[in-house]
Write a protein that binds this ligand. Structure first.
Ligand code: SAM
Ligand code: SF4
Length: 306
């Protein structure tokens, strides 16, 4: 299960959320920490073993370390991972590691400072670098870097980004950009297929899949894998076992479906029943998705968690 702990963010990535930020919901509409923990407990009772904490930006959440610690200690939950833009990791990497977070994914679309400032609207590559090194120093079991592939923006940086797997003990993942609710007006040519990555990396050798939705490759001499995630061009819905819980308490059985089941205000038993119903109603596939056919999620990515 992916648990989004907030829809707020300290960056404004152009493909993810509007420049003005989130339309602030009332505090009482959002899940409390207790409700999030009860929801994780209900998910664990149904057999969910892995939890990924996401956002918005999870590290802007005041009680993030406590949420991670409580989830990591929960019976049945074998692994708590986190997806972050990394900016606040210099302060939080060690507390998160101590709280039991095993793996961490960092988002990085470019190695060029001007392009980083452009795509995030307000971020600096220098801050990202500090967070990245804090993650490496903290000793997480795995550090992965996620790049959203954007034609005309970073498709000329596939090789330098992939080279990070030779320089550092990290995995690099390229994700096809998904056209969400109103997150950016990218031209059709920006939606590039994952096959572009393979063209740019002729030396990459396939490696066996690890049960996730990524196709895996490795560069000769690399310390980590390269993963390709292609929601647009290679449907993986048949093997997707994820469910998502948004910060306002909606279970989404599919990232790109408008179906939502509310957990807000429910007790453990009712949360468990609703989660079970959502799982049974997982759609068979997420429908056509391309520059023209936008996601039916009805939310931007910061309001879902990726
Ligand atoms: N703020 C954190 C971060 O950026 O890692 C966590 C939340 S963010 C919504 C989770 C992931 O979704 C990030 O890797 C981000 O790049 C990805 N993402 C956001 N919008 C996307 C889009 N339109 N298409 C594909 N991936 C997207
Ligand atoms: Fe924030 Fe992550 Fe969305 Fe970028 S991708 S705006 S860092 S939530």
């Amino acid at each position: 299960m992916r648990l989004s702990v907030t829809d707020r963010c300290n960056l404004r990535c152009r493909y993810c959320m509007p420049e003005e930020g989130v339309c602030l919901k009332e505090h009482r509409e959002m899940l409390t920490e207790e409700e999030m923990i009860t929801a994780v407990e209900a998910a664990a009772a149904l057999g969910i073993r892995k939890l990924r904490i996401t956002g918005g930006e999870p590290l802007v959440k005041r009680n993030i370390v406590s949420i991670c610690r409580r989830a990591a200690m929960m019976e049945g939950i074998e692994e708590v991972c986190l997806t972050t833009n990394g900016i606040f990791l210099p302060k939080l990497a060690e507390p998160l590691k101590a709280a039991g977070v095993k793996r961490i994914n960092l988002s990085l679309d470019t190695l060029n400072p001007e392009k980083y400032a452009y795509i995030t609207r307000i971020g600096t590559l220098e801050d990202f670098r500090a967070g990245f090194h804090a993650a490496l120093d903290a000793g997480f079991e795995k550090v992965k870097i996620n790049a959203v592939l954007i034609g005309g923006f970073n498709d000329d940086e596939i090789l330098p980004l992939a080279e990070l797997t030779r320089q550092y003990p990290v995995d690099m993942r390229f994700i096809e950009m998904m056209p969400m609710y109103d997150s950016g007006d990218f031209p059709e040519a920006s939606f590039v297929p994952y096959t572009r990555v393979l063209e740019a990396l002729p030396d990459a050798e396939p490696v066996p899949a690890d049960g996730g939705v990524a196709k895996l490759y490795r560069l000769p001499g690399a310390q980590g894998n390269i993963g390709l995630i292609s929601p647009l061009n290679a449907h993986f819905c048949g093997t997707c076992n994820r469910i998502r819980l948004t910060a306002d308490g909606k279970v989404k059985p599919c990232l790109h479906s408008g179906d939502e089941y509310s957990l807000k205000g429910l007790d453990f038993d009712d949360m468990k029943a609703v989660l079970e119903q959502a799982i049974w109603n997982k759609p068979q596939w997420h429908g056509d998705l391309d520059a023209v056919n936008r996601s039916k999620a009805g939310r931007n990515m910061n309001q879902i968690g990726g």
